[in-house]
Write a protein that binds this ligand. Structure first.
Ligand code: NG6
Ligand code: CA
Length: 503
């Protein structure tokens, strides 16, 4: 009898453990920077090999209509982490490296949702959401807060902004790593520090010359945005960024192997400056832009490998996606334009980073959860703003009204159980667009049609635009003349979403 009940107990306990693992898988979010829809093999790239990303796609679900919420980094990340469209909050455009934290500390966020569900949360890599209090200058030599911890990350190892913005140092939790107190860091986005080299004074000897902007501080032989002085022992080497972030990501997984974890792994690749580690140099015929795609693929592969080594693959939901579309010349003379060849970074789509055309926000997205998500391809409409509500649903956390307000629970679509995602999504660049079904309406927007520096077609037009993405994914035929009623209905929908009531 005793024995029987023991067996019974073991069975029940075992069953509970299985249930827990099923509803609380680890979550690994691999978030690339500026990786375009056409930049990886499984989305059609031929000029660069991405075996790890491709394998992930083969084992998982590959989305064809997944979107970042914006065509640049800061607003996309803001949306992903808060579940709210960035256009609702002023000051969520591309931030300087000394900006204050733009996510209010009392805001419910994706990592906070995960924490409430019992997860240990970590952010490794690019931050670019500001640090410190509004109207207070950041002191880079003491504890820096609020930051990732106040947003909901138990652990963080980050760069403050972007690879091309100062300060070029890592922060682990609240502190700059490797700082010598005798050589304090000073940062200014206003004026140069007298006597410090700049991208103008040193232009002849730079390791990587700039094409536009990027001519202020010189760090590691590369011109940056913003001025910086001091902190010599803490400065990163661009060639080691991928290795360092990958090691920190792997260590986070190793440390948390025995409990549910959520890791937001946001790479610097494939953003500028593109300075791959020596072992990736020359891996493609496309020059540094191709080589850093290989480096990104390697980093993704390392994280997948640690899951495999620790036998966590089946208990881990992996999402791989990008913060915005691709750009070829983003301000450095790295040969990307000349060596592009036939490669189409945005795949079949028009425009790229910064653009309201599909190239700005239609991004690669792969979801893998072995044993749970059936491998395949999904056309479901999904925005990264939906991760908050969907992962809340996965882990059983109920959202209260007003929390993650633009986020929709598209979990069935994410897991491949349904082909229906969102009803509609808003895309953001300089102006806004809305996609509903296959139709896309772009509101009139002032501003240049094509960027003079990146040469990207931005899609701005003083006249409204309407496209049928099913027949015309490249957004070539503006159908507004033939379909004024449809355009009007979409314009109305967009203003309902923008006005922010229930929609
Ligand atoms: C632009 C930078 C570009 C990049 C971008 C932000 C110049 C001339 N261009 O202002 O290089 O840093 O900001 O990219 O400075 S993002 O992916 O982080 O949004
Ligand atoms: Ca980006």
């Amino acid at each position: 009898m005793k024995r029987l009940s023991l067996v019974f107990l073991i069975l029940v306990a075992g069953g509970a453990a299985v249930c827990a693992a099923e509803s609380r898988p680890n979550i690994l979010l691999i978030y690339a920077d500026d990786l375009g829809y056409g930049d990886v093999g499984c989305y059609g790239a031929k000029a660069v090999r991405t075996p790890n990303v491709d394998r992930l796609a083969k084992q998982g679900l590959r989305f064809t209509s997944a979107y970042s919420s914006s065509a640049t980094c800061t607003p996309s990340r803001f949306s992903l982490l808060t579940g709210g469209y960035a256009f609702r909050q002023k000051g969520t455009g591309i931030l300087p490296g000394d900006a204050a934290l733009i996510i209010p500390p009392d805001c419910v966020t994706l990592p906070k949702i995960m924490k409430a569900a019992g997860y240990t949360t970590g952010a490794v890599g690019k931050w670019h959401l500001g640090l410190g209090k509004v109207n207070e200058e950041v002191d880079w030599n003491s504890d820096i807060k609020p930051g990732p911890r106040e947003v909901g990350f138990d652990y963080s190892f980050i760069m403050a902004a972007t690879g091309d913005r100062v300060p070029c140092v890592f922060l682990e939790n609240q502190r700059v790593v490797g700082l010598d107190p005798g050589d304090p860091i000073q940062v200014s986005y206003e004026k140069p520090f007298p006597g410090e080299p700049t991208g103008v004074s040193e232009r002849d000897v730079l390791k990587l010359n700039w094409s536009h902007g990027h001519n202020q501080a010189v760090i590691n032989g590369v011109g940056r945005i913003g001025y910086m002085k001091g902190g010599a022992s803490a400065r990163w080497k661009d060639e080691d960024l991928a290795d360092t972030f990958t090691r920190k990501g792997v260590e986070f997984i190793e440390r948390n192997r025995d409990r549910p974890f959520f890791l937001y792994f946001a790479t610097h690749d494939i953003h500028v400056p593109r300075l791959p580690h020596a072992r990736f140099v020359g891996q493609t015929a496309m020059g540094p832009r191709g080589d850093v795609i290989v480096q990104f693929d390697w980093a993704a592969g390392q994280l997948l490998e640690v899951l495999e080594r620790l036998q966590l693959s089946r208990d881990t939901l992996v999402i791989l996606t990008s913060d915005n579309g691709p750009v070829v010349d983003d301000g450095y003379q790295d040969g990307a334009v000349a060596r592009l060849g036939d490669h189409r970074p945005a795949g079949p789509f028009r425009g790229g980073k910064y653009s309201i055309f599909e190239g700005g926000t239609r991004v690669p997205m792969i979801v893998r959860w072995p044993g749970r998500v059936k491998p395949g391809v999904s056309d479901a409409l999904i925005s990264q703003v939906d991760f908050a509500a969907s992962l809340a649903a996965l882990t059983g956390r109920e959202l209260r009204p007003g929390e993650a307000r633009d986020s929709r629970n598209v979990l069935p679509a994410l897991l491949g159980e349904s082909s229906a995602g969102r009803q509609h999504i808003v895309e953001q660049a300089r102006g806004l667009a809305v996609r509903q079904g296959d139709w896309k309406y772009i509101e009139p927007s002032p501003g240049p049609k094509r960027s003079k520096t990146t040469h990207i077609e931005l899609g701005n037009d003083p006249a409204p635009q309407l496209y049928d993405l099913a027949r015309d994914p490249g957004e070539r035929r503006n159908l507004i003349g033939e379909n004024p009623a449809r355009a009007e209905a979409l314009a109305e929908l967009l203003s309902r979403v923008r006005d922010g009531g229930t929609y």
